[in-house]
Design a binder for this molecule. Structure first.
Ligand code: 5AD
Ligand code: SF4
Length: 416
C-alpha cells in the first residue's frame, strides 16, 4: 500500500512538471513516504533523513517532504527544521495544494514554468498495485495500522474501475487490489458490497490479463468467496494469508480471531477449490511471552501448511498498540534464532515445492526483458520465472513456459 501511495505521489509531482533524478543525492526535491509497521522501517527513514539533512546543511538542497504512517503518528517536523512539509497517511483534500505550495516557495521558477503536457500517456508498471480499501479495524494487538491509517474506507467500485482504466492505459496488464484486510472491502459502503463486486468490475476491463488481491485475513475466507473467485479466470491462484503464529494462546493474545485449527481448515478449503494455489503468509516471532513450546507450534504449522513463501518478522514494539503494554521480553538473539529456523525451514519447503514444478507448463507473464532471448516474469501463482525464447516478447506478454529448473525463490525454463 505504501508503494501504491508512492506511485500516486510520484504522479502528482510529475504533474507539476518535475522529473525523476537519477539518484537521491542529486534530487532538488525529496519526498519520503514513510512506513511504520515495524521498527526497522522507521529506523531506515530516520537514517535516510539524517543523510539528506547533512547535504541540506551544506548545499541548501533538497526540499524535503514527508508523508505516510510515521508522519501520521508523530509530530515529525518538531525539532527537525530540515523538513519543509508534512502530510499524513490519509488523503486530505488539500494535500496536492500543500505540496505544490512548498515546492513553489523553494523553487519559484516552477510556478512560472510552462508545464509541457505529456505528448504520450505516462508509462506505468505492467503489474500495478491499486488500493481499494484503506485502514483496518481489526486491532491485532501488535499492529499500529489501525492507529496510523484509521478505520476502513473502501473505494467505491465505479472509482476503482476508473483508476484501473488509468493504470491499463499506462501499460498495466496485471492489477493487484490492495487492502490491509482486503476482504473487508465494501462493508463500509451503502449498499454494502463485497470484494467480489470490485473484483468482478475490474475483471471486466478489456486489456487486463491478470487480477490479484492482498491481504486476505483468514477469518474472512469462506466458500461463497472461493466459489465467486472460481468464476473469474483472470484472478490468479495465489492467496497471501498471514497466520502470524501457530499457537492458540499467542493467537488469542494477538487478537487474531482464529485458532490454529481454524487457520488450517481455511487453507484446506482454499486447496479444495484451487488445488494448485500458492499460499504465502506472514509470521511474527518473539511476540511478548512466546515460549519455546509456543514457537514450536508455529514451526509445526509451517510444516503442516507448507507455504510457497513465508515472510517472517521479529516482533518489535509499536508505540500505542495494546501489546506495547507487555514487556518485549524475548531477547534479540532468541528472536534471531527463531527467525533463522523458520527461514531455513521455509527455504527447504519452497525448494521442494518449486522443484515439484520441474517438467510442468506454466503461464508466465513477462515483467522485464533481461537480455536478447531471456525474460523474467511471474507464473499465475506469483513465482518469479526466468526463461529463454526465440520469440520477441515485451512486458505484459504471456508465454507458456516449460519449467526445467528451480530454486527456493525462482523457476527457470524455456518458452514452448
Ligand atoms: N512487529 C513485527 N512484525 C509486525 N508486523 C506487523 N506489526 C508488527 C510488529 N509490531 C508484520 C505482520 C504483518 C506484516 C505486514 O508485518 O506479520 O502481517
Ligand atoms: Fe494490522 Fe491486523 Fe489490520 Fe493486518 S489485520 S493491518 S495485522 S490490525
Amino acid at each position: 500500500m505504501n508503494m501504491d501511495d508512492s506511485v500516486e505521489l510520484a504522479r502528482l509531482l510529475r504533474g507539476f512538471g518535475l522529473a525523476e533524478a537519477p539518484t537521491a543525492d542529486e534530487a532538488d526535491i525529496i519526498h519520503i513516504n514513510t512506513c511504520s509497521v515495524r521498527k526497522k522501517a522507521e529506523e531506515k527513514f530516520f537514517s535516510f533523513l539524517g543523510v539528506q539533512s547533512i547535504r541540506k546543511r551544506k548545499t541548501g538542497a533538497p526540499l524535503i517532504g514527508v508523508s505516510g504512517c510515521t508522519a501520521e503518528l508523530m509530530d515529525i517536523a518538531e525539532g527537525r527544521p530540515e523538513i519543509d512539509y508534512v502530510i499524513g497517511s490519509r488523503r486530505p483534500a488539500d494535500y496536492a495544494d500543500r505540496i505544490r505550495a512548498a515546492v513553489e516557495s523553494k523553487y519559484p521558477e516552477i510556478a512560472d514554468a510552462q508545464i509541457a503536457t505529456h505528448a504520450a500517456p505516462p508509462e506505468g508498471p505492467v503489474s500495478s498495485f491499486q488500493t481499494v480499501i484503506r485502514g483496518c479495524t481489526n486491532c491485532c494487538t501488535y499492529c499500529m495500522v489501525p492507529r496510523a491509517r484509521g478505520p476502513e474506507a473502501s473505494v467505491p467500485p465505479e472509482i476503482a474501475v476508473r483508476e484501473a482504466e488509468v493504470r491499463i492505459a499506462e501499460g498495466a496488464r496485471e492489477i493487484i487490489l490492495l487492502g490491509q484486510d482486503v476482504l473487508a472491502y465494501g462493508e463500509d459502503l451503502t449498499p454494502r458490497l463485497h470484494l467480489l463486486d470490485v473484483l468482478r468490475a475490474v475483471h471486466a476491463l478489456p486489456g487486463l490479463r491478470r487480477l490479484r488481491f492482498v491481504t486476505s485475513h483468514p477469518r474472512r475466507i469462506d466458500e461463497d468467496f472461493l466459489r465467486g473467485l472460481a468464476e473469474l479466470p483472470k484472478v490468479c491462484e495465489h492467496f497471501h494469508i498471514p497466520f502470524q503464529s501457530g499457537d492458540d494462546e499467542i493467537l488469542k493474545r494477538m487478537n487474531r480471531g482464529y485458532t490454529r485449527a481454524e487457520y488450517i481448515s481455511k487453507i484446506e478449503l482454499i486447496r479444495q477449490y484451487f488445488p494448485d494455489a500458492a499460499i504465502t503468509a506472514d509470521v511474527i516471532v518473539g511476540f511478548p511471552g512466546e515460549t519455546d513450546e509456543q514457537f514450536d507450534n508455529t514451526a509445526r504449522l509451517v510444516e503442516a501448511i507448507r507455504p510457497d513463501q513465508l515472510y517472517a518478522f521479529k516482533y518489535s514494539t509499536r508505540p500505542g498498540t495494546p501489546a506495547a503494554e507487555w514487556e518485549d521480553d524475548i531477547p534479540r538473539a532468541l528472536k534471531e534464532a527463531r527467525l533463522a529456523r523458520l527461514i531455513d525451514m521455509e527455504n527447504a519447503i519452497s525448494r521442494e515445492l518449486n522443484r515439484s514444478l520441474i517438467g510442468s507448463e506454466q503461464e508466465v507473464m513477462v515483467t522485464v526483458k533481461i537480455e536478447s532471448g531471456r525474460y523474467k516474469g511471474r507464473t499465475r501463482t506469483n513465482k518469479i520465472t526466468d526463461f529463454r525464447t526465440d520469440r520477441e516478447l515485451g512486458p505484459g506478454d504471456v508465454a507458456t513456459v516449460k519449467i526445467s529448473g528451480a530454486t527456493p525463490h525462482a523457476l527457470q525454463g524455456k518458452c514452448l
